[in-house]
Design a binder for this molecule. Sequence first.
Ligand code: AMP
Length: 589
Amino acid sequence: MDWEPIGKPASARERANLRDYARTCREFDWTRARSVLSGLPGGRGLNIAYEAVDRHAAGPRATRTALRWMDRHDAVTELSYAELAERTNRFAVLLRELGVRRGERVFTLLGRVPDLYIAVLGALKAGCVVSPLFSAFGPEPVRQRLTLGGASVLVTTGALYRRKVRGSRADVPSLRHVLVTGDDAEDGTLALGPALAAASPDFQIAATAPDDPALLHFTSGTTGMPKGALHVHDAVLAHHVTAAYALDLHADDVFWCTADPGWVTGMSYGVLAPLSHGATLVSDEGDFDADRWYRVLAQQRVNVWYTAPTALRMLMRHGADLAAAYDLSALRFIASVGEPLNPEAVVWGQRALGLPVHDNWWQTETGAIMISNFAAEEIRPGSMGRPMPGVEAGLLRRGQDGRALVTDGTVHPVMAEGEEGELALRPCWPSMFRIYWNDPERYARAFADGWYLTGDVARRDADGYYWFVGRADDVIKSAGHLVGPFEVESALMAHSAVAEAGVIGKPDPVAGELVKAFVSLHPGHEPTEALRLDLLAFGRRALGAVAPKEIEFDQHLPHTRSGKVMRRLLKARELGLPEGDLSTLEVTR
Ligand code: AMP
């Protein structure tokens, strides 16, 4: 079925930050856009936390609510910009007192609680590099990322520390300080509550330069361990501009981004972008629950809501009547990211919530939204939209392996309209990642002929709208979370019964994909139901939220000639699709 484009009334244009797409693209330039930032007083440089907090705390917005936080039981706590400035100063002072220096990595492993925001912004003030971890990760992904990133400090809760870190702390020798929220600390940790209370509320923000490292976000590839994409303080310019253009965020808005700050969306848009605008940021500690989410939207009078396709699909399942029971009249703009947004969801938004959903596209490496549907522009349901002003996107012809064709360092652009190609971007915006942490070769492999290769396949229509087709690699997107199959396979192979594993994303109507593992067993082990359940539990204990949801035994996993399990073939079989070119196959059924 073809979906009708959704046009916008003239009134949408009047209020929108981006009123004329074509003209803004022509005129936009990142250097001129810098005027939206303040820079550190006295020309001392640029620091994200100053742009997000202190510049507002020093002016007329000082008493405006920066963070409005709901705990699981609906109790609301508010912090003004002035209060957030003071608390983050204390955190920065504490880091200094502990001897933590600029450039050292401060990790967080926290749910959505005020201390998370305080630690992130305080560590940025101190010139440290912040690396947020998803609190639903199991001990194994946590250990790996702490080790790979050379963590000096971890901020977490006592319970998360005991469950996910304590057992492997000796594997992370760089980790000098573990700060636990609240008043109680066990051996080897420091209680954050009293430490912050005792720290001075005065701090001079580190004189960081725009190109100094600020954020380290781990993401997953097809092979090898997670990669740390490093972003610099200048990224805040892209956060600010893209929030204005793609999310239509205004300074007086109440803004809710439902992504967890343990992932890049939750950090760029759930913390930094709205604060850089001086808006009020809503944070909900609770997990998804349809009633609860509508209540948050209604009670908090949310104006701009940034969410994800999985959540929208779950709301759709609860029906439009549930939405109708709430007063959503404050809502002005809805956007979604992270996985393909089905056209039904775009249109459902208009019917059930009174507003269409604006899909946009980006990834950890790009640090900010790259392709988007805009407030004043026609939406094409099913399309990710058009490139942001200041961003050049292109499609590159694909080889047999799905990735862009590169010969002699030159890539081949796709010329014909509607033809598929690997989505590529010409780096020039300030939130582009600068390196993969300690992995220059992998970084180099991500570029060809001046293009950054995204690993996604897309097509473009005559008017420049991009349409997502799929991944060029085996990475899995489950409920918006990127899952590296290698990481899951490695964790399963730590089980004494498992000889080998191949992990794929199995299509799922709500989560997009779910993680499914095929495993072969060592001799002497039988593929029983008891073992299958044991493996599922083993995966959950090690990996947490990214563990496989399904496990199937297969003593004849297909391999390439180089000995790798052929995930692509496993997936084709799972879906009942043609198995494609088997010439590189060693063992098949
Ligand atoms: P991450 O780095 O975890 O943010 O994941 C980025 C990946 O998510 C992209 O490379 C895409 O594969 C997928 N993705 C993000 N946004 C969209 C979207 N709007 N439509 C389809 N896929 C998306």
